[in-house]
Design a protein around this ligand. Sequence first.
Ligand code: GLA
Length: 396
Amino acid sequence: MSWITPLPQLAFGAGLAVLITGVAQAQMGESIERSTFGQLPDGRDVDLYRITNANGIEMRVTNYGGIIVSLRTLDAQGEFDDIVLGFDSLDGYLSDAYRKSNPYFGALIGRYGNRIAGGQFSLNGETYELATNNGPNHLHGGDKGFNRVLWQAKPFDNHEGAGLVLSYVSADGEEGYPGRLDVQVTYTLTDANELAIDYRATTSEATPVNLTQHTYFNLEGEGSGSILDHRLMINADAFTPVDETLIPTGEIRPVAGTPFDFREPTAIGARIDRGNRQLEFGQGYDHNFVLRRDSAAGDDPALAARVWEPDSGRVLEVATTESGLQFYSGNFLAGTLVGKSGESYKHRSGFALETQHFPDSPNQANFPSTILEPGETYRSRTVYTFSTRSREETGQ
Ligand code: GLA
């Protein structure tokens, strides 16, 4: 079965006509609208979709890299702010400065989220060589990962919410990976203030797959500075320690008694600069947490993390079907990129909570497998929920 749906199918039904006007804007229903975001160097047009829900939450997504460009949510005082890092124009994502620092703002990541040691893995008796684009290792799918490809986009508006189905065919051998991979990612913005992300993939040959989303949040508003005061809870009793190149050692280490214990809400900055080998390797948090799965959740997404920002009162909750969560505290942001608000994105001014399988699984026998076989369907679902809680309500 092919996942690819051609873009011209924009209408949701009779009466919702699609008319591209002089400003290249198409009204495609109450809650989704398309405009032109820019052009790739090869001349292909890139679109931007604006999706809104009944409560005024607004998300803008481009089919370049499946990037979530902006996300406006309410704070406890009823004010909207954009809470994700990114740029207002496609050029921001194509610039040399951006590519050099490679923060993967808001993008879909594949085929393999996080690192594969030495850019190498063996499968069915064959050794595969991948790009080493992060020191000695392979990171986030290679030189041209899913964050840098143009996806086909098909908007929809149904009982669940409004959103986009993004499809991409990764050719056999692309970035060194075996098999043709047909990928489909669905973003749904619901009236319950959730952003649901559904991943599906099928392959023609056995291949590692580990898809994720690399949005950086700052719940006080992007460009507002440090995220160190955000209170974070991660529903994990253990994490996977890494070596100095951020490859897991294979150990599953209990978080108890370490700065990785986020089982009770704790400020991100409370222990980040404590003398700790693991924090030194990551220059802060850049680690995979082994999620505790609530058995009542069955196959449904289970609570992975909750973040509360005291000044704005915003709360972000993450639920997922995945077994791992990469918590990255924006350690490599260095103030070299200027974002939508005109402010530079400084050290630790955004954080990412990337739901995924464990890093380097293709080389780690004791980690859950990330190999997708022909005839199987890769499925994964993550739901981000946005709400607010004032200081009084939390008693802090
Ligand atoms: C992931 C990695 C980090 C870093 C960021 C992007 O979170 O684990 O080391 O590469 O992506 O900068």
